[in-house]
Design a protein. Sequence first.
Length: 302
Amino acid sequence: MRDITGKQITLRTAKAVANIFCSTETISKIKGNELPKGNLFDVARAAGFLGAKLTPQLLPHCHPVNIDSMDISFSFLPEGGIQILGEAKSIGRTGIEMEILTAVSIAALEIYDMLKPVDTDLEIGNIKLLQKTGGKSDRKKYFSTSPTCAVLVCSDSTAAGKREDKSGLAIKSILEQAKAKVVAYEIVADDKAQIQKQLLQWVSEDIHFIFTTGGTGLGPRDNTVSAVSEILERDADGITEAMRNFGQMRTPMAMMSRAVAGSIAHSLIVTLPGSTDGARESLEAIVPGVFHARKMMKGGGH
């Protein structure tokens, strides 16, 4: 099964439809409650719910998800038949579209089974996902054009050539995968003056998002957080709360991070841990939603 541990926990929704075509005589029997197997729609709805819950057992690559809300409704088609509409919600790391597609499919099969004694020309068709939200499908709403980004590695040993940078390159790769443009990448010592000079230069160039890596811990040479804090015009504590919460689910060491985030002019600065895993997980927690900050800083709404 695909690894989804890096996905964000978000609200996921899905809507699907299925049709079952039958004769007008059959429709009359349904409306007159004349079916030999009894009430049609209550049983079909229950079957759909059961089908949704069993989706991971039927489809090998589907992860189990929490079904937080599901509704299945029925209406008659003008040309003769029944339309099954399903809607579902889940808060989790993966979507719920397969569950709702299974639900309407199983509901259609249940209706077929209950109608087959009175109608030999039944046909199931038009099974379709109408809508899904959450996760990658929502990325486009956060930005209309590719945001520009810069990555600043703050490390004495890396600046001195004693250690190869890995976290900065990992950040660059993740940003590019998220369709951002990394226009600058620099390495400096964990020195307050050097860090502030580089950050303010990028702000003057109106780079949208600036990510630092390193210097967020409790060590005597961890100066990045204080360097950034001194020049921020506005704090964005919610960003670092999201990063620490995401990291805490993976390691108790995440609580040691002193990371800060905030804006200067129209640029957002986010400090990330120096470890490659810490930087990656922190970015996974906030991308792509963090890109919406640019619109807000320019005067746009939520």
